[in-house]
Design a binder for this molecule. Structure first.
Ligand code: XIL
Length: 362
């Protein structure tokens, strides 16, 4: 496939016309975050098919991007023989053309194994694992801000020893796949911050309470063993129908800072399904949830990056979840700072204010 050219992505002067009402260029989320020494960004997918207005929105608002799907094993490896880099390369080209940094998500995840991998014997899975890490890390070495080397190590509800998430890598290697991955990538990519990314730690729901201590112990073990781990990521898909104590979570986050690690909020969005149907009311509550969460976590100096999972409601993964659930009502999730028409919502103002007024990072 012919790659997109730099020219396709450079933001022209016309972008100013798209600036949110009442907002000057200095008030973009990227700008607000930068005032506090933070990086703001978002997940992006399918760059060749991106609507130009959406491309301009990404270019204007974000200083860092993350590959929503393009670097996942199942996307890169449609078959055992093939590596399909076009999608990820297009995102890397887009980021470079717009002067944005790039996070890689994710080298290893037990959740997304293609069928062809499931039928392989153990030794063969190990070989595929090593080969995959080497090829992918080599291709992007020196170009990434950070790598989610391992995503979602825990899923205690599956009942596996240690609460680890089950899947082909865990089945073949046990928990040792985690340190193996970090060491392997570190030997190749000398500049990316190697990150362990996890879900649900933000919530006081039993899932969050089950994962938090295990994740802390894993990080501690990896550090004791001298594994090259530079950062932890907390996804932060917030589910307001579950219990939260943001101050409690912020205290947990601070523990990782005390261990010398950077902390990234990697996949932030607010599921609005329990909020009232009225759109202005819902948008107001989503905005408030962003304010409360960000105010709490940004008080922790170790938090260096905030990324939302996409920018516009129309591209949110919650829309897919909603469609798949076949909900009878026509109410669509509105979890992000921009609406379907790419107009800024109350959440945009809330995020900008929280990012811009966060304590200054060095
Ligand atoms: C999601 C993507 O957003 C969807 O497009 C895809 O169909 C499934 O994966 N936690 C993660 C992300 O770490 O990789 C997931 O992304 C969302 C939950």
């Amino acid at each position: 496939m012919a790659g997109p050219s730099r020219r396709d992505f450079v933001v022209g002067a016309g972008a100013a016309a798209l600036a949110p009402t009442g907002a000057s260029a200095a008030q973009t989320l990227g700008e607000q975050a930068a005032r506090s020494g933070l990086l703001f960004g978002a997940a992006i997918d399918n760059v060749p098919g991106l609507d130009p207005a959406m491309a301009r929105l990404f270019a204007r608002e974000t200083r860092i991007l993350v590959t929503e799907n393009a670097l996942k094993f199942d996307y890169l490896r449609p078959s055992a023989e093939r590596f399909e880099f076009a999608g990820a390369d297009a995102i890397a080209a887009f980021a470079a053309a717009n002067g944005q940094q790039l996070r890689g998500h994710t080298l290893v995840w037990n959740d997304n194994a293609p069928d062809w991998l499931k039928r392989r014997p153990r030794r063969e899975v190990e070989r595929i694992f090593d080969e995959h890490l080497d090829r992918v890390a080599e291709r992007y070495a020196g170009r990434l801000h950070s790598w989610d080397v391992v995503n979602e190590p825990f899923w205690p509800m599956q009942g596996k020893p240690g609460g680890f998430r089950d899947g082909p890598w865990f089945a073949a290697m046990g928990p040792s796949y985690i340190s193996r991955a970090f060491r392997r990538v570190a030997a190749i990519d000398k500049t990316a911050k190697l990150t362990l990314n996890e879900a649900f730690c933000e919530t006081n729901h039993e899932w969050g309470r089950g994962i938090r201590p295990r994740f802390r112990d894993l990080v501690s073990r990896l550090q004791d063993e001298g594994v090259p781990l530079h950062a932890v990521g907390f996804q932060s898909h917030l589910l307001p129908h579950w219990p939260y104590d943001d101050a409690d979570f912020a205290a947990y986050v601070a523990e990782f800072g005390a261990r010398g690690l950077e902390v990234y909020i990697t996949e932030l969005d607010v599921n609005d399904e329990v909020y009232p149907a009225s759109i202005p009311e819902r948008d107001r509550l989503v905005a408030r949830r962003y304010t409360d969460f960000l105010t709490a976590v940004l008080a922790v100096p170790a938090v260096k990056i905030v990324m939302t999972w996409q920018l516009s409601d129309r591209a949110s993964w919650w829309r897919d979840v909603h469609r798949r659930a076949g909900r009878p009502d026509a109410r669509l999730p509105r979890p992000l700072p921009f609406d379907d028409m790419l107009r800024p919502k109350a959440a945009y103002e809330a995020m900008g204010a929280a990012l811009g007024s966060a304590p200054l990072r060095r």
